[in-house]
Design a protein around this ligand. Structure first.
Ligand SMILES: C[S@@+](CC[C@H](N)C(=O)[O-])C[C@H]1O[C@@H](n2cnc3c(N)ncnc32)[C@H](O)[C@@H]1O
Length: 284
């Protein structure tokens, strides 16, 4: 007979819930989820640089985050942002099983000339490894430092977590190009999430900041179940539509790999040409 715990995650299985993530996570029972994978809002509009803040977009002609998210300004005072992210990580760690893990993708940045390596956020959580996600190039040109081209994936683990057999040999630097064919302003690539899920025994994968449903698609490509949450109705609809298309033709893979989906132009912003690269602008 199914326990009340399993019943309470069952109602969220393979669904996108449109809700504040902390509110949602607090409803999940302890010790109920195998794996969590996410990329939270990076708070990039709260920056000492000027590229994203003033909307010029620097050299990044596809600076979609200039428009922000539909329901989140991404510009919290840094101490509040750190506190919020720590609460989210705590809640995810609470719901993870004893052999569970949480892969938390973030980006380091330079602020006032010094690296902000997100240590304040991750301090004290059971960090076992940092995976480097090597992107295909970068956009934060600055005369004071080399062009940043990687993001990090923090691997928080409970003590009994183990990778699936023979999955450790790929090493800890993973090369995947960033996602270009996705209407969400800040997606991560399906291939990155697919590698994570495929490297574990997880049956159920939670993404507390699901966005366009990339983790859900990766879970399905790996034959697993997912639980997805996002604050934005627009992104939940995007994720649902993407999943519907995937389910109609699973043999074609992720719909965004074969469909050109147009991004919406930024609201109330002049078009960015990407031509003026004479000024090097720190964006993050
Ligand atoms: C970096 S994006 C995630 C993108 C996703 N990985 C993808 O591939 O599409 C962060 C997401 O967090 C969502 N978000 C912001 N604040 C939230 C909150 N309080 N609760 C739930 N989701 C939130 C945003 O709407 C955004 O879609």
């Amino acid at each position: 007979m199914a326990s009340s715990k399993s019943t309470s995650i069952e109602k969220y299985l393979n669904k996108f819930t449109c809700e504040d993530t902390l509110k949602f996570l607090r409803k999940l029972p302890d010790n109920s989820i195998d794996l969590a994978v996410t990329s939270p809002p990076y708070n990039i509009k709260n920056s000492t640089g000027n590229g994203l803040k003033d909307g010029r977009g620097g050299k990044w002609s596809n600076a979609h985050l200039l428009d922000g998210y539909t329901d989140h300004a991404d510009t919290m005072p840094y101490d509040l942002y750190v506190e919020w992210q720590r609460q989210c990580i705590s809640e995810v760690m609470r719901v993870l099983k004893e052999d569970g893990a949480f892969f938390y993708n973030h980006k380091w940045r330079v602020q006032k000339g010094l690296i902000q390596n997100r240590q304040e956020i991750v301090e004290g959580f059971p960090l076992r490894q940092i995976i480097i996600w090597q992107r295909a190039g970068g956009f934060n040109f600055n005369p004071g430092y080399f062009l940043p081209t990687y993001e990090v994936v923090y691997m928080f683990t409970n003590p009994k977590f183990k990778l699936a057999p023979k999955k450790n040999g790929v090493g800890d630097v993973w090369k995947f190009p960033q996602e270009l064919n996705n209407p969400h302003p800040a997606p991560f690539p399906v291939s990155l999430v697919e590698r994570i899920i495929d490297s574990t025994h997880a049956k159920v994968v939670l993404d507390p900041f699901m966005g366009s449903g990339t983790t859900a698609i990766a879970a399905k490509l790996c034959g697993r179940d997912f639980i997805g949450v996002d604050l934005s109705k627009e992104y939940c609809k995007m994720a649902k539509d993407r999943m519907k298309k995937y389910e109609a033709n699973p043999e074609l893979g992720d719909p965004y790999s074969y469909e050109k989906i147009k991004r919406k132009p930024p609201k109330n912003k002049k078009p960015i040409t990407g031509k003026s690269n004479s000024k090097q602008i720190e964006m993050l």
